[in-house]
Design a binder for this molecule. Structure first.
Ligand SMILES: Cc1ncc(COP(=O)(O)O)c(C=O)c1O
Length: 413
């Protein structure tokens, strides 16, 4: 191995030290910085390529398909997807998982219309352009959850066309969860015979399975595919995620695009073989109970952040089961210092596992006496409808907090 020039080493060291400095005040984005994959360093000596379908043979033998299948089974278990039906693969992140879900939906219903709320991640509009699917953006409530009345009316007008619904299982800015049971009620009410629901569960897909009163978020609730990020709650040095769906859907597309003996069921050809190893290692390390504890700690710090900010006179709030703390948009200096994520007149911090109470104290110093917070506005529901029941697939759920309070409009950081 040749020695690297001093200038090259210096540049690398400068970059590393910049990253170190940034890591100390990283509050705004949902990527957990607490991870240790040093056990995988030896695998950097190989070109590990998971090209092809992880559930089939591949001619490229230096792969981690076997490990990838284990990862998919773990996530399938979390999402109430029976093992014999479960199919999925490790993606490059949330966008690819969403694109995969909408690709399957488009293949099943080529003339379908994709419906999604204003609060949906920006990738989704782009995906509909790539896939050339018709799409209609639906109004959001102030909470970030979809406006069910607008959805009902818009589907009613187009009721002869299959519905492809993009459900937010935790919106990017507010952590709001669209109620998929309610969406199914709308589809039933309008007697829509052909529909497909994809869940964008980038962050909350690893929160909701571990709390005791989760919002609907699983295949048992009627989802047809789900995208969950790996580098968000779990944490990883390389962006990654999982796309999950039912094997029969994939069989339909695989038959039409299978070639030269390879099952080409994934979006990209060559695929990262290291990220499945990372997700697998994280599952080995933490298991269900470890993740449950991580989620408990995250939500506890989120609750502390809301209290602390409210005490400072800042109307911070969060949704039930969400680590996304929404605040009025602060000044550019604060946004830059703490790497907060701004959007129009709001910003958020997200209490990922690396975020400490001490950081929250430094973000919101000098508390003043607490002011009472207003309860969160309940989602609008049409009269006469009982709240839908949700099924969970883990045996026990512990550690969630009482419903979040939405604080009044007022001061800022
Ligand atoms: C709700 C949601 N969906 C999708 C994405 C896209 O994920 P990625 O950046 O991994 O492609 C994000 C990213 O933050 C997100 O918050």
């Amino acid at each position: 191995m040749t020695q690297l020039p001093a200038a090259t080493l210096r540049r690398l060291e400068e970059l590393r030290s910049e990253f170190d400095d940034l890591a100390a005040r990283f509050l705004g984005y949902p990527t957990n910085q607490n991870f240790d994959y040093s056990a995988l360093l030896p695998f950097l000596d190989y070109c590990v390529n998971n090209v092809g379908d992880p559930f089939h043979e591949s001619n490229f033998a230096t792969n981690t398909h076997d490990i990838e299948r284990d990862v998919i089974r773990r996530f399938a278990g979390l999402m109430c997807l029976p093992t014999d039906e479960a199919w999925g693969y490790v993606t490059n992140g949330g966008t690819e998982g969403n694109m995969y879900g909408l690709f399957l939906a488009r293949e099943l219903f080529p003339e379908g219309i994709v419906y999604f709320s204003e609060d949906t991640h920006y990738s989704v509009l782009k995906i509909t352009r790539v896939l050339r699917t018709r799409n209609i953006m639906i109004k959001s409530q102030e909470s970030g959850e979809i406006d069910y009345d607008d959805l009902h009316e818009t589907i009613r007008i187009n009721r002869d066309v299959p519905v492809i619904f993009m459900a937010n299982i935790g919106t990017t800015m507010k952590g709001a969860v669209d109620d998929v049971l309610r969406v199914r009620e709308i589809l039933d009410d309008l007697a829509i015979p052909r529909s497909y629901i994809h869940g964008d569960a980038a962050l909350s897909g690893m929160i909701l399975p571990f709390v005791d009163d989760p919002q609907p978020h699983t295949f048992a609730d009627g989802l047809d595919s789900i995208s969950i990020s790996g580098h968000k709650l779990i944490g990883a040095p390389i962006p990654c995620g999982v796309a999950l769906t039912r094997a029969p859907y994939v069989a339909r597309i695989a038959r039409s695009i299978e070639y030269v003996g390879v099952m080409d069921t994934t979006l990209t050809g060559s695929r990262n073989g290291l990220t499945p190893l990372m997700l697998w290692l994280a599952w080995e390390r933490f298991g269900t109970e470890g993740f449950r504890e991580i989620v408990r700690q995250m939500l506890e710090v989120a609750s502390y952040a809301v209290e602390r900010l409210n005490a400072r006179g800042i109307p911070a709030w969060r949704h039930r089961n969400s680590a996304t703390v929404v605040i009025p948009r602060p000044g550019a200096d604060i946004i830059e210092k703490w790497q907060l994520a701004p959007y129009q007149d709001i910003a958020h911090l997200i209490t990922m596992h690396h975020v400490t109470r001490n950081q929250i104290d430094r973000l919101a110093p000098d508390p003043v006496p607490t002011r009472p917070a207003h309860p969160a506005r309940p989602a609008r529901r049409r009269p006469g409808r009982a709240p839908p029941r949700h099924r969970v697939c883990l045996n026990e759920h512990i550690g969630s907090r009482p419903p979040a309070a939405a604080a009044p409009r007022g001061g800022g950081l």
